[in-house]
Design a protein around this ligand. Structure first.
Ligand SMILES: [Zn+2]
Length: 174
């Protein structure tokens, strides 16, 4: 694969096209020809995907005082959930202004499966972030050096013309 020796993992897929319907992005680009067409909507999570293309990391949190877990002071969920898993009330959006974290665990992926739209090899990483109650899965854009659990990472984004309009618009770098 061309560029496989560069030290930054490249996006190699086709940009995903979408239509906006009622404020939601509806993905309409078949990935594997007609047979493999997978139409779906980002629905109420559209702000998350849109935010990535603008260089913003948006999460959700529960502010329902009657929630048995958050009691109105929920931590952030990332990837976001439209509704709170604990009380089923709508969550509110909040931008993570300084999106940094540390590597919670990782895998070095030498060969990706069919349809993978980033270059292998790459590090698949789980990121622990302060104030976020979920472990965020993603990939590290750097690949030519050893990493370890606890290494600091920051979020990076594919924006504007570089955006894929998928979850791959969020990456992590050392
Ligand atoms: Zn709740």
């Amino acid at each position: 694969m061309s560029g496989a020796t560069t030290d930054r993992v490249q996006f190699i897929g086709d940009k995903t096209k979408y239509k906006e319907k009622g404020g939601a992005w509806v993905i309409d680009l078949p990935r594997f020809g007609e047979v493999g067409t997978h139409h779906h909507t980002y629905g109420m999570l559209t702000p998350y995907f849109k935010g990535l293309t603008q260089g913003k990391l948006l999460a959700t949190k529960c502010v329902n005082d009657n929630c048995p877990i958050s009691k109105g002071k929920g931590e952030l969920w990332l990837p976001p959930r439209a509704d709170c898993p604990d009380c089923h009330k709508p969550m509110i959006w909040e931008e993570i202004k300084n999106p940094v974290g540390e590597i919670f665990t990782y895998t070095f992926v030498e060969r990706g499966g069919s349809g993978l739209e980033i270059q292998a090899p790459y590090y698949q990483i789980d990121v622990l972030m302060k104030g976020v109650c979920t472990i965020v899965k993603g990939y590290l854009v750097n690949r030519n050096r050893p990493i370890k659990i606890g290494d600091k990472v920051k979020a990076g984004f594919r924006t504007g013309n570089e955006a894929s309009n998928t979850c791959l618009d969020l990456y992590w770098e050392l």
